[in-house]
Design a protein around this ligand. Sequence first.
Ligand code: BV8
Ligand code: ZN
Length: 250
Amino acid sequence: MNDLDWTPAPLIERLRQAQRIAVMTGAGISAESGIPTFRDDADGLWSKFRPEQLATPGAFSEDPATTWDWYRWRRQKVAAAHPNAGHAALAALQTEVTLDLITQNVDGLHLRAGSTDVVEFHGNLFEDRCDACGYSGTGAVAAEAGFVPHCPRCNAVLRPGVVLFGEMIPEDGLSAATAASESCDLFLSIGTSSQVYPAASFAEFAKARGATLVEVNPEYTPLTPLADYALTGPAAEVLPALLAALAPHR
Ligand code: BV8
Ligand code: ZN
């Protein structure tokens, strides 16, 4: 634990009084599970590939083989990873307070850590989906390079069950995230560069409504100036410290 105070007394008091907490997580909460984030490290996913290259419908239909190679590479990385202390602390917190968990991450690590009712706002990496007939199933993790899966029902090319750039957010996730940002009195933004919309809009909206805004991120982000509390550290350290500080009085 470094000498920064992850648990300022006023914040702990505020967390204790919170009636309903909305949490939005991004790639940063999975960084300590060894999953590369999108923007901020040498082997960040985007450093090798540009989002426009791969995570868009156009790129996918043009070159499904390359896109599938990238997604399967990510599936292998995630399958070999484990939830970290940050995921575990959020799962434990959910048993102590009323908490709506929305994640931009497609890695499924919150669910593996025991969190329930997780809103996977950008879908799930391990789902294969058919846009032609609506088939949905669990996708392969390993396959030979260039393999493009086809729908077992209608033989159309399958796609990963994620929201690509330029695609609409599925209605259920959008309404769940909107409801959470409307009903919370404290919004906790963890491990996100707050650059992708509409995911980044919920923290701003909650703050504008008068909710207390807490950010957990080692770096400064566009959200930091709005935060009531900016805890500049790694989620796997900050979240367990917050949970421990809350514990004795719950
Ligand atoms: C939409 C799934 C309506 C796929 C993802 C032009 C045309 C079309 C759309 C747009 C356009 N211009 C802008 C848009 C909107 C676009 C957008 O926001 N673009 C951005 C790039 C500007 N949004 C969309 O397209 C969305 N749909 O708008 O529909 C529409 C439709 C048509 C036309 C117009 C509008 C859909 C966006 C969904 C894209 N899919 N994921 C996949 O994963 O492959 S997004 C993907 O990137 C992630 O899910 C996540 O959302 C985002 C990455 O962001 P972060 O999670 O924040 O990760 P990042 O690496 O950036 O940051 C990590 C942070 O963690 C850093 O701050 C770091 O400091 C911190 N950190 C590091 N270590 C730690 C840590 N924090 C804590 N602890 C640590 N240890
Ligand atoms: Zn099909």
